[in-house]
Design a protein around this ligand. Structure first.
Ligand SMILES: [Zn+2]
Length: 222
């Protein structure tokens, strides 16, 4: 059995879970996980149906996106994932989807302010928009890298989809679902054309401090 079998299986299980829950469709999006202590990560292959995916299809790459163990072509967004793992030692799992409600905000370039306690606790102070760059390019990788140092765990990619981080895969899945809930409720509130209220500033800072504490613990595991 491959040294990476555990990481590969975790990605396959996540793909199947997200497919069932409707967050992933056919071949859209990509999922990765950091391989501890090796400057490497496991990632889904390019343009391959999630319903057929098996552990052997998952690609293992180093942080320069050089294949370590890979019989399939890796996701075209591998560079974006590698950049995030290099820049953020607290990040151990990354989910990129085209989930519809957050993607609607991606079209109107509307960041999500601090709406809910749990949002700030797990996603960060705001969900910012990362400016548009074509998929799979160094321009998108650089746009992501320049934004993610603010320590948040969820971002909206303009005219594209979302990028969500977790200290492990379980947290990444939770954060992705939480982002979609926040995006939907924010869109509904915006439709009312009334003023959207935010959580009080001191509460926001207490919640964000808790997220920072978690991130410090996860960073020590890298
Ligand atoms: Zn995409």
């Amino acid at each position: 059995m491959s040294d990476f079998a555990h990481y590969k299986q975790e990605i396959v299980n996540t793909c199947h879970t997200l497919l069932q829950r409707g967050y992933l469709k056919a071949t859209e999006g990509n999922i990765s996980t950091r391989i501890r202590g090796q400057n490497a990560f496991a990632i889904t292959p390019s343009n391959y149906d999630y319903s057929k995916m098996q552990a052997d299809d998952i690609c293992i790459l180093d942080h320069g996106t050089k294949p370590i163990e890979s019989r399939m072509k890796p996701s075209i967004e591998s560079g974006m994932h590698a950049g995030a793992y290099q820049a953020r030692p607290d990040v151990h799992a990354i989910i990129h989807t085209h989930q519809p409600y957050a993607s609607a905000l991606a079209l109107i370039k509307m960041p999500i302010p601090s709406l809910f306690d749990e949002q700030v606790r797990f996603l960060g102070r705001t969900v910012d928009i990362i400016p548009y760059a074509p998929s799979g390019t160094i321009f998108l990788k650089n746009a992501v890298k320049s934004k993610i140092m603010n320590g948040n765990n969820a971002y909206i990619l303009q005219n594209h989809g979302v990028l969500v981080f977790g200290g492990d895969m379980e947290h990444a899945i939770h954060n992705m679902a939480l982002l979609e809930k926040c995006a939907l409720t924010y869109l509904l509130a915006l439709l009312s054309e009334k003023k959207v209220s935010k959580i009080p500033f001191p509460i926001r800072e207490i919640m964000f401090a808790k997220l920072r504490e978690d991130q410090k613990k996860f960073a020590e595991l890298s």
